[in-house]
Write a protein that binds this ligand. Structure first.
Ligand code: ATP
Ligand code: MG
Ligand code: MG
Length: 383
């Protein structure tokens, strides 16, 4: 055992599960707070887990009492209780950071205050036709309407293409706390996983992310058709953004690369992130290894965050039939350099993240050739 301390995690989805995969190799006990048999608990047999919700104050308190360091795999948690327990247990990253980031509008205001470029945004009182029109005349069309809270995989975003979309916008997001964002006419999207330790801020390499219907579909490491200078600039921007927050751990920084080569931060995740899955196979340390080490103050050699080999990650989403995602995983079994991760989520709903596949190869084009039949299958399933 390299460390006797117990780690408590709010949330037991796929990110918690992959964090446990990393912890298991070091014999570090991780106590998960989530529903019974959640993906993370399935691969961790001990009696320290807690059944309940990470939004429930009493359950968060119970978790805190069961461990030495508390962390999260999701930001939509009860930060009030985290603030309270922070007096008696280490909370990483800080509850202050989680509180700012879990509200996207507040997050963007905070980044702006710290000199980090983000899209212009404006707070809204509901989504009345008048408000939509007002924003349209300020930002032009299209613009993005976003829920401040509880957003993921694009569930919480609505593209307003003209004032005629007002009724639909109200129908889709009307009962949520809203803000509007100026459209970012990006060339492509980049992401950087940042590691904040007791000593400073480190980064993994820059990757390109491809979203479809607002859900991450693919990541390319390194990015395609992006100069080394731009990749380095993205790493610097990501570092600057995360240096502004308190606490330790890994953070995902999503960015837009605009057509004039400038960068905007889209959003930040205070935890391991989909765009960092590739690190499991492609880097000496994965984002999950790095997160554990950062919150426990264990060594992280900077060169272990490098790319060993180019990599492409493909998300496996629930599809049109209950079996669609299994077909993709089965096809990937035939691929010599594919690592397949299924999350143990049970029933597939369309768009639900069920697993992912990473292919690494000596060149990105070799990885692309190997991944293409799997992308074709995903695209064909959509019909
Ligand atoms: P995640 O699952 O990453 O948490 P989310 O639901 O929080 O997603 P966002 O990251 O806000 O959603 O947006 C999802 C995608 O929608 C972005 O990756 C990008 O492709 C597109 N998008 C978001 N904001 C804008 C914008 N202002 N202009 C243009 N496209 C945008
Ligand atoms: Mg988000
Ligand atoms: Mg996002």
């Amino acid at each position: 055992m390299v460390d006797k301390r117990k780690v408590g995690v709010l949330g037991g989805g796929q990110l918690g599960r992959m964090l446990i995969e990393a912890a298991n190799r070091l014999n570090i006990q991780v106590n998960i707070l989530d529903a019974a048999a959640s993906p993370a608990k399935q691969i961790s047999a001990h009696d320290g887990h807690i059944t309940g919700s990470f939004k429930d104050a009493a359950a968060v308190k119970e978790l805190a009492q069961s461990c030495d360091v508390v962390t999260v795999e999701i930001e939509h948690v009860d930060t009030q209780m985290l603030e309270e327990v922070a007096g008696s247990v280490v909370v990483e990253p800080s509850w202050k950071t989680l509180r700012i980031i879990k509200d996207k509008f507040q997050q963007k205001g905070y980044l702006k205050e710290h000199g980090v470029a983000v899209a212009d945004s404006v707070e809204l009182e509901g989504a009345s036709p008048e408000t939509i029109k007002e924003v349209g005349s300020k930002f032009g069309y299209p613009f993005m309407l976003k829920s401040k809270t509880e957003a993921y995989d694009g569930r919480g975003n609505f593209v307003v293409r003209s004032e005629r979309d007002a009724a639909k916008a109200k129908e889709v997001l009307g009962d949520r706390p809203l803000y509007a964002e100026r459209w970012a006419d990006f060339r492509l999207e980049l992401a950087v996983m940042v590691v904040k330790t007791k000593d400073g801020v480190l980064t993994f390499p820059t990757v390109e992310t491809v979203h479809e219907d607002s859900v991450c579909k693919l990541t390319y490491a390194p990015p395609r058709n992006v100069s080394a200078e731009t990749s380095a600039r993205a790493q610097e921007l990501a570092k600057k953004a995360i240096a502004a927050f308190e606490g330790k751990g890994v953070f995902g920084v999503e960015m837009f690369l605009l057509k004039d080569d400038s960068l905007l931060v889209n959003e930040i995740a205070p935890r391991p992130h989909n765009s960092g899955h590739y690190t499991i196979e492609a880097c000496p340390l994965s984002q999950y290894d790095a997160h554990l080490r950062a919150i426990l103050d264990l060594p992280i050699p900077e060169s272990s965050l490098r790319l060993r080999e180019p990599a492409i990650m493909l998300n496996i989403l629930g599809g049109l039939t209950p079996d669609s995602h299994s077909q993709i995983a089965r096809k990937a079994l035939e691929s010599p350099n594919a690592s397949i991760h299924l999350y143990g989520k049970g029933d597939a709903r369309p768009g639900r993240k069920m697993g992912h596949i990473t292919v690494t190869a000596p060149s990105l084009s070799a990885a692309e050739r190997e991944m293409q039949p799997l992308i074709d299958l995903v695209d064909n399933q959509k019909g």
